[in-house]
Design a binder for this molecule. Structure first.
Ligand code: HEC
Ligand code: HEC
Length: 297
């Protein structure tokens, strides 16, 4: 190459780099924001068979419910066994409407009943993060559901009765902080999927929001986290709540257990200071409900 050609190619390379750099930074930034949403929403938990050292998001995690045993599917970017061929719109429809790309209804053991409350922008960001992770070619394990709950079309009627499509709207009069905390608790971290009692058809009973239940997921007793002073968390100080959400440590020094240990490890321990404060403000704002899960059932 002569000097001139070399100089021109150098300029070209520099130009391409300079033009592409902001895009690359934006993409990195989107992946980082996606990881934050991914952790807060706990997507890895149900979609990773950690007990058997399964690969991240490759599915196979067993989920026992009163209606049968479900297995989290593979949601890696693998085109055959995962969701690698999905468009952003497919992904948004799954989370917003609980409907698959081929038009089937999902079972609400997939908490799209909460994720429906996410914004479109957050759903796109989340998908970009999931697609930045390694694809894994592992087939799904079929669910083992008790008759007659296994028919997907019945979910059409279930949704008519119980499904409240998002995005999230904060309670009337909520401060921006409470609204942000509400978005974290309701749309992302789906606290109510465990802490709110369900009716006979498995729908959460919003009139009992966060009141707890004696027999929750995986047989755990799920405590009342309303601000009720005797049966809820009304007597907990902010510091005690922060210690629980950051370190998984209860006021009497015990380690938090069951499904909550995973919520803390992957989710609340990674929240920004501002988001954790907002979450606590939201918990303090919901109606206090008297329900002693440890004695009355
Ligand atoms: C409590 C467990 C649980 C959590 C948490 C969870 N999922 Fe799922 N997810 C499931 C189950 C179970 C299914 C299968 C539902 C069905 O077959 O109807 C599913 C299905 C899906 C599907 C459809 C896959 C397909 O092949 O059609 C997608 C996409 C998905 N989940 C994404 C997510 C994302 C993103 C998150 C985090 C925001 C998440 N899930 C969190 C349990 C969960
Ligand atoms: C997968 C189910 C599940 C999810 C999701 C969940 N929790 Fe929990 N939570 C539990 C269980 C089970 C316990 C009891 C743990 C124990 O006894 O060690 C618990 C305990 C707690 C406690 C301690 C209360 C007490 O009286 O001991 C608080 C506070 C709490 N959760 C808040 C939350 C918040 C806020 C969210 C959402 C960010 C959330 N949880 C999401 C299952 C869950």
């Amino acid at each position: 190459m002569d000097m001139k050609a070399r100089r021109i190619s150098l300029i070209a390379v520099t130009l391409v780099a300079v033009l592409a750099f902001p895009k690359w930074v934006a993409a990195q930034d989107q992946v980082a924001r996606g990881e934050y949403l991914f952790n807060t929403a706990g997507c890895a938990g149900c979609h990773t068979d950690s007990k058997n050292n399964g690969a991240l998001l490759a599915g196979g995690r067993e989920l026992k419910t009163p209606f049968g045993t479900y297995y989290g599917p593979n949601i890696t970017a693998d085109p055959t066994h995962g969701i690698g061929t999905w468009s952003d719109e497919d992904f948004i429809r799954a989370l917003r409407d609980g409907i698959s790309p081929d038009g089937n209804h999902y079972f609400p053991v997939f908490p799209y009943t909460s994720f429906t409350k996410m914004t479109d922008a957050d759903m796109r960001t989340l998908k970009a993060y999931i697609f930045s992770l390694p694809p894994v070619a592992k087939p799904d394990i079929p669910h083992d559901i008790n008759f007659p709950f296994g028919f997907r079309f019945t979910m059409f009627f279930w949704k008519l009765l119980f499904f409240d499509k998002g995005p999230y709207t904060p309670p009337p009069g909520a401060t921006p902080e409470v609204a942000r905390g509400g978005y974290i608790a309701e749309a992302l971290a789906h606290c109510g999927e465990c802490h709110t009692p369900r009716n006979m058809l498995g729908a959460v009973d919003q009139s009992q929001k966060f009141a707890g239940l004696a027999h929750g997921p995986d047989g755990d007793t799920v405590p009342n986290i309303t601000p009720h002073d005797k049966t809820g968390i009304g007597n907990w100080t902010d510091d005690e709540l922060v210690t629980l959400f950051r370190d998984g440590e209860m006021p009497l020094g015990d380690e938090v257990d069951g499904g909550m240990a995973e919520v803390v490890r992957n989710g609340t321990s990674k929240l920004t200071e501002q988001d954790l404060t907002a979450l606590i403000a939201y918990l303090r704002s919901v109606s206090a409900i008297e329900n002693d899960v440890f004695h009355t059932h």
